[in-house]
Design a binder for this molecule. Sequence first.
Ligand code: ASP
Length: 329
Amino acid sequence: MDKILVILTGGTIACGKTNNGLVPLKGKEYFINILKGISDDEFDVKELMSIDSSDMGCAQWNIIGDEICRSKDQYTGIIVCHGTDTMAYTASALSFMLQNINTPVVLTGSQRPACEKDSDGYSNLSLAVKTAKSSISGVYVAFYDKVISGTHCVKTHTLSDNAFESINYPYTAILKSDRLEINYNSLFKSSSVFEYSNISNSRVLLLKLTPDMDTMIFDYIINSKFDGVIIEGFGLGGMSFKFSNTVLGIEKLIKNNIPVILCSQCLYEKSDFKVYESGLLALNTGAIESGIMTTEAVYAKLKWVLTKTHDMQTIRKYFKTNFVGELGN
Ligand code: ASP
């Protein structure tokens, strides 16, 4: 019989109604009962925290990562019950932190509290159990009827049960007639050994460009000593430079040794800043392209890379390296 570790962190799945709105309230005993109804397998349940995932950050990623690292050899698979709102960030962060882990680590949650009638929590947990018992190792999100690679997952719907999509990457598995159909071709193959690292809380800013953006923001970023900036440009790879000169702003950041990673505001398909003049100018100042990566994965990767180095050339090298399938297969 398989033994699965279920880590509880809070989120809507664990919420109860209070006068202050939905609050994660339901703990270990409650989940032990739900799991008994879902599967005959043996579970250990550990409640590491009980928070809305809006409050997740690198301190919490490290607590979850440490627990997984300590426990991974004792279990067939590990499930992390997590709020959906920032699940994609945590899935990305854990992917980089737990590189080449040979145990399935499966994040799941729900759009409606498990204590509500017809909650999606039960089916999501059941999918997570199937994924945790499967032969796929690495970090995944299991939600609705899909299993998504940790660095390609994005929350795309605020209300629907079908809340997550795999972006620029095939689904790892789909649930069909209650069976998990794994797409083995999609699995990232790495020849390296397991390596665990924490993520330190460097100061990373995500800047979404808008028309007429006030470029004073770049001086603010420099004066506030940010460690790295992610810029979501327009479309395939555009940014303003004729009237509101964001390219000059990027140049100033890089001269101040603040790495700049470029990605697109579009969700699907790659960014390519080499195509348009403004993007090319930005690349020439030393900005780094992120290609097909989701913004969530770029954010987690930049924090993970900044834990290791602040050297601009090494950061560039890290962003060109495909560590966990974040750049494709
Ligand atoms: N606000 C909740 C959270 O992310 C939403 C959810 O879990 O669905 O914790």
